[in-house]
Ligand binder design. Structure first.
Ligand code: HEM
Ligand code: 2DC
Length: 469
């Protein structure tokens, strides 16, 4: 018989004392390294109590498989307390991100049809490809302007705008024009608000919502302002589409974007549509842009791999006569390169689920309603799971053999990332266009680490050079 829950290794200190030590040790921006160290100290399973939240942490793909296979029809993850507190404070409805139970499931099924299903996803390709082409055009203009046949910069702000432009094009069927020289200050304000929202979440991550709402601390006020700005700007975009639709300004035959489809379908109440579309607009900025920054950094550091990818893309282009949908079907190495980027640089430090029944992990009996976290960052760098983990090698994803529960960057199952297909296509098409047009270079010696700001980010600016081929 499996061992009892009480025997799972870990620190026995009280939750508040742990939280205090965590703060003191500068844990706030270091969650990923602290976790990796705890797996080294305690082995592949350990328990932890931070504040009021107790969790079991696992690292092996086999345990992840056990956890996800028992998750049921309405999986629940750790519900980020300040995000819940904001919505309750302002009386805003939850979208799929924070809903639970049947309410989550019915919204999610309706959204899946318009955001994830293969039928509609193919229609995103021209929309996202167009934004990628505009990025190339802008980069060429910057090269011209420099007078030095290259463009060297920290691309993070360019990529934030690229990402918002991309997600808005598929959500609203409209261009914001963020890749022009003049950038709408409202759009820039939105981008800054999302970054601030993430940044102010992490210090409050382990405090209960009820406590937060009563708090008048600086971080909470900044957090509220950030969400206010996000909701206000998203609302403007949503209202525009809504009005155009009522006035029948759009041709009814062309694809008008995800929001139009949801409105025309009339299956979800307007408030629920708004809530989830707002979450997608906010969720679509930092996630893909940071991943693309890492991808370009890794490709700059591995010129051989970069050449292989370029060769694959150019061959696919010749074969498909430029048809992007076809090209995407014959670029496995490009897709693997994105998986490999997310292995080393995941957006989410962990995946989490509340167990619904007893599960056995590492031979310990874990009772129902326990919060279990899969240490995604630690798993990606564990030599037992990925041989020579420090090496960026996309081919590892193409080798025959077990990739079983290893590619978990977007989560798993019915609760996985709603924006997954948008994100993948956006990133694949962006890299295609860049590889077709530029060499990506960087100063070889620079090491860049990772910092936790709710999502994982580079700990210093990454300078890259684009050089026309
Ligand atoms: C949830 C990763 C981009 C919207 C998630 C989760 C992960 C994740 C790990 C939790 C999944 C789980 O618990 O199993 C990523 C990564 C991205 C990305 C790595 C890009 C590199 C996006 C984009 C959007 C988005 C572009 C919006 C279009 C969401 C939403 C949820 C979610 C709404 C919550 C879904 C639910 O609870 O039903 N994402 N994401 N994400 N993501 Fe993403
Ligand atoms: C943060 O301990 C660390 O995709 C916590 O697009 C556990 C946790 C819970 C939920 C995770 C979060 C972490 C990181 C950011 C994630 C989030 C679920 C969705 C969100 C992974 C790992 C993200 C970035 C969404 C955000 C949408 C939002 C802006 C409306």
């Amino acid at each position: 018989a499996a061992r009892p829950f009480e025997q799972v290794p870990g620190e026995r200190r009280g939750g508040w004392l742990n939280l205090y030590h965590f703060w003191q040790e500068g844990g706030l921006h270091n969650v990923h390294n602290i976790m990796a160290r705890k797996f080294q100290r305690f082995g592949p399973i350990y328990r932890e109590k931070l504040g009021v939240y107790e969790s079991i942490n696992i690292i092996s793909p086999r345990d992840a498989a056990t956890l996800f296979r028992s998750e049921g029809m309405m999986p629940e993850r750790f519900s980020v307390p300040p995000w819940v507190a904001y919505r309750d404070y302002r009386n805003k409805p939850y979208g799929v991100l924070l809903k639970t139970g049947e309410a989550w499931r019915s919204d999610r099924l309706t959204l899946n049809k318009e955001v994830l299903s293969p039928r509609v996803v193919e229609g995103f390709v021209p929309l996202l490809s167009e934004v990628g082409e505009d990025f190339v055009r802008r980069a060429r203009a910057q090269v011209q302007k420099s007078g030095r046949e290259r463009w060297t910069a920290d691309f993070s702000h360019e990529l934030f705008r690229f990402a918002l432009e991309s997600v808005c094009h598929v959500l609203y069927g409209e261009r914001l024009g963020l890749l022009q020289d003049f950038v709408d200050p409202e759009a820039q304000h939105f981008i800054d608000a999302v970054t601030l929202m993430f940044h102010t979440t992490s210090p409050m991550l382990y405090l209960p919502p009820a406590l937060l709402r009563g708090l008048n601390a600086r971080t909470w006020r900044d957090h509220v302002h950030a969400w206010d700005a996000i909701f206000t700007q998203a609302d403007k975009c949503i209202q525009n589409v809504y009005r155009d639709l009522r006035l029948q300004r759009k041709g009814s035959r062309e694809y008008g974007g995800i929001l139009s489809s949801l409105l025309l379908q009339d299956k979800l109440p307007l408030d629920d549509i708004k809530a989830s579309v707002t979450e997608m607009m906010a969720g679509g900025v930092d996630t893909t842009s940071v991943t693309l920054q890492w991808a370009m950094f890794e490709l700059a550091r591995s010129p051989g791999t970069q050449e292989q990818l370029r060769a694959e893309v150019l061959a696919a282009k010749r074969q498909a006569a430029g048809d992007r949908v076809k090209m995407l079907k014959s670029t496995p190495l490009l897709k693997a390169a994105i998986k490999e980027t997310l292995r080393l640089h995941p957006v989410a430090v962990t995946l989490q689920r509340y167990t619904v029944q007893e599960v056995v992990l590492q031979d310990y009996r874990i009772p129902p309603k326990t919060l279990v976290q899969v240490g995604l960052y630690a798993m990606g760098r564990d030599p037992e799971v990925f041989p020579k983990p420090e090496q960026f090698s996309p081919e590892r994803w193409l080798l025959p053999g077990s990739k079983h529960f290893k590619g978990l960057s977007f989560g798993f199952g019915p609760r996985q990332c709603l924006g997954r297909r948008i994100a993948e296509l956006e990133m694949q098409l962006f890299l295609m266009h860049i590889l077709e047009n530029f060499k990506i270079e960087t100063k070889r010696a620079v090491e860049v680490g990772t910092k936790f700001d709710l999502i994982l980010l580079p700990d210093k600016p990454i300078y890259l050079t684009l050089r026309p081929l």
